[in-house]
Ligand binder design. Sequence first.
Ligand SMILES: *[C@@H]1O[C@H](CO)[C@@H](O)[C@H](O)[C@H]1NC(C)=O
Length: 261
Amino acid sequence: MDFRGFTACAIIALCLIKQSDAQITAWTALDSAGDAATVTVSGTDGTVPVSVVESTAVGGTLFTVTATGNSATYGYTFATDGNPSTLGAIAASTSGAVTLAAGKSFDYETTKTHVFKIIATDAAAAGNVGTATITVTITDTAEFTKYAFCLSSSSVTAGSSVGTLVTDQSSPTFTAATTVDFASFTIDTATGAITVATGVTLEATTQTYYTFTTTAAATGVTTSPATSVYVLINCSSDSGAGQVASLLGVLLLSVATALFY
Ligand SMILES: *[C@@H]1O[C@H](CO)[C@@H](O)[C@H](O)[C@H]1NC(C)=O
């Protein structure tokens, strides 16, 4: 091989080495269900849309991104501006799985999209980085806005109206709950009206505080998580919240608010 040939080969070899320098060549993103919205993007940087249900619980997966390139291992971190309201958590830097951080929740009614930016760094060559921009669209979940009832009577007879559950949806339906105290009540699953069950009289001398769970569903939205309903009898607006708080041993601000809705 003459000098020119050698030089040409050297340049090609250098280019090949540079090319195989563990560059990120693609990103893959899975939505929270781990399927459907699988999107592959080309290049070191990519923008990926995923959708996440509003009622996702703390620790629930929002999305999982995976950088693909010539490196076997990439480390994943949030970009400086890549974790809006610190909603996301990356449990293991070797995985691009992002979960809902402790103490956080989504509110579809307030914010419908959140933009996350995840940086992948080649474990072997720190200069090889890429950024995935993930636009998370929140989808609506039915939520209760009235689920606690304060009845002034200390003796409530069978068939009496307790009140009506209210949600943030226009035409919700409800499931009859099966938890212990529910034996004392019936729910009209079409209207959410709660009444005292046949053959039951609620007596304050026996029990002043009842709770059971229910869910609300509506067309086109995710069914609410099981939600506690509270019924207090011999209840004044002054004592109701305190009664619940002392019975549960905690101050339930949301219940206090709901009682006097
Ligand atoms: C009902 O509430 C009043 C005022 O808080 C209390 O004095 C009374 O003992 C309660 N009655 C029963 C049966 O719990």
